[in-house]
Design a protein around this ligand. Structure first.
Ligand SMILES: [Zn+2]
Length: 448
């Protein structure tokens, strides 16, 4: 049976189980009870405020009021809201909306880069409040709706709006952080609550789902509701229990240092769902989490030389082993290579990859650079712990973390404990895709 078949079998079993499961009767609140501590109610209230904030950012209806050829390579366009922008001809020609150049059904460009002249010239420009019409020097005619053009104007505001549609700005947090709570079933039933969770995950990188059903695959079920499960060689979900003959140090009762999951994959899973099916009774099994983004910024400020090392040195991560369960890959041998802190072209922290257990013993450095590399890792590790949050999940809790930003670990616990945690993954591409679709449905998408 392939892993995919196992997943399908798991879900068909769950569907049968779901129909026979008596749903727990939950306290129902009205939207007016703002002092209530019911998770669903709190969540709805915060969703309302979030929606309000987003609505204020929405682009108002705009019309085109004038055009003026200011340079030989662009046209200056003025809109009814006062926005003015030079629009380059090459961009306009590239983005012609006519059926010869653009497939409306597929919403994709047909016009080939091969046919594009970078120094294309307009022979005639006409405009009214709804449309900009350009005849090009080879006779081709292009028309652009003013709303469409306004959203893409090369202004700081239009560019910033698009950045937010792509990904929301992250809000770093430290040791005083408290996870925002969501009711599991409510999040499945109400897209406004799901949107609130998606926004929370993008900004805070962390949240807690409460009242999760006592099923091993409650995590994958929620992920399938959002999009698709991200599989790894451990299959669609991993029982984090004390396994005999284990294939990962996480699957023991030992203390686990804070880490990101699966950096042995070049594309690490975006969001991890950590479901506490059954918590250990007594001391042990506490969770510890931290915001790698927050720690990385402290490192950048206080130890720029170490920040430099961790962003410019590629590390190997590796994982070799065999299946513990029949849904896992029979044998695996992964090696990835990436910096511990990845920054983007704007020098913003894009990804954190810390995992002491699977960090490779091979280091691609000359010997004199090895000790400074360890010093940098140690200082970063100290900052991560100094700003961490410790708590104990209850049975029925499901913590969700941005796995390329936040780290998680746990205290050790007794070997024969019944502690049972399940982990599963969702990729960021799918999470952001769902966020945009819900925003569009609720009329909260910033641009079209
Ligand atoms: Zn065209």
């Amino acid at each position: 049976m392939t892993s995919r078949q196992v997943t399908r079998a798991l879900f068909s079993g769950v569907r049968a189980l779901r129909t026979s499961t008596i749903q727990q009767i939950r306290q129902k609140c009205t939207s007016a009870c703002f002092n209530c501590t019911n998770a669903r109610c709190l969540s709805l209230a915060s969703t309302a405020s979030q929606q309000h904030a987003l609505k204020e950012l929405q682009v108002p209806e705009t019309s085109l009021i004038s055009t003026n050829v200011s340079k030989d390579s662009s046209v200056r366009v003025k809109f009814s809201d006062g926005t003015e922008s030079d629009i380059p001809y090459v961009w306009l020609r590239d983005n012609c909306r006519c059926p010869d150049c653009y497939n409306q059904e597929a919403m994709g460009r047909k016009y080939l880069l091969t046919d594009l002249q970078v120094d294309v010239q307009a022979s005639d420009i006409q405009s009214n409040d709804t449309t900009l019409k350009i005849q090009w020097n080879n006779g081709h005619v292009s028309e652009y709706p003013s709303e469409w053009l306004h959203a893409r104007a090369f202004t700081p505001k239009a560019r910033a709006l698009r950045r937010n549609v792509y990904a929301l700005p992250k809000e770093p947090w430290g040791a005083d952080h408290r996870l925002k709570e969501f009711d599991y079933e409510s999040m499945k039933k109400d897209d406004r609550i799901l949107l609130d969770w998606l926004l929370t995950m993008e900004t805070k990188g962390s949240a807690m789902l409460k009242n999760v059903p006592n099923r091993d695959i409650a995590g994958p079920e929620m992920i399938e509701h959002i999009a698709f499960v991200k599989q790894s060689h451990y299959g669609p979900h991993s029982p984090v229990i004390n396994r005999p003959n284990t294939n990962n140090v996480a699957f023991t009762n030992a203390k686990l240092g804070m880490h990101n999951d699966l950096p042995q994959y070049e594309q690490m899973p975006g969001i991890i769902f950590i479901h506490c099916v059954e918590q250990h009774i007594g001391t042990g099994g506490e969770s510890v989490i931290t915001d790698g983004l927050f720690a990385a910024e402290i490192l950048r400020k206080q130890h720029p030389e170490y920040f430099d090392i961790l962003t410019k040195t590629d590390s190997y991560f590796w994982d070799k082993g065999h299946a513990n369960f029949d849904w896992e890959m029979a044998e695996f041998y992964k090696i990835s290579r990436m910096p511990i802190i990845t920054v983007d072209n704007n020098k913003q922290v894009k990804q954190i990859a810390v995992n002491n257990a699977i960090r490779d013993s091979y280091i691609d450095l000359p010997p004199e650079k090895v000790k400074p590399f360890y010093s940098a890792m140690k200082v970063f590790n100290d900052i991560l712990y100094e700003n961490s949050v410790v708590f104990k999940m209850d049975s029925g809790d499901m913590m969700t973390l941005d796995n390329i930003r936040c780290l998680h670990g746990r205290e050790g616990y007794e070997a024969f404990s019944k502690r049972h945690v399940e982990s599963s993954y969702l990729d960021w591409d799918e999470a952001r895709c769902r966020r945009r679709k819900i925003q569009e449905k609720l009329g909260l998408l910033l641009t079209k």
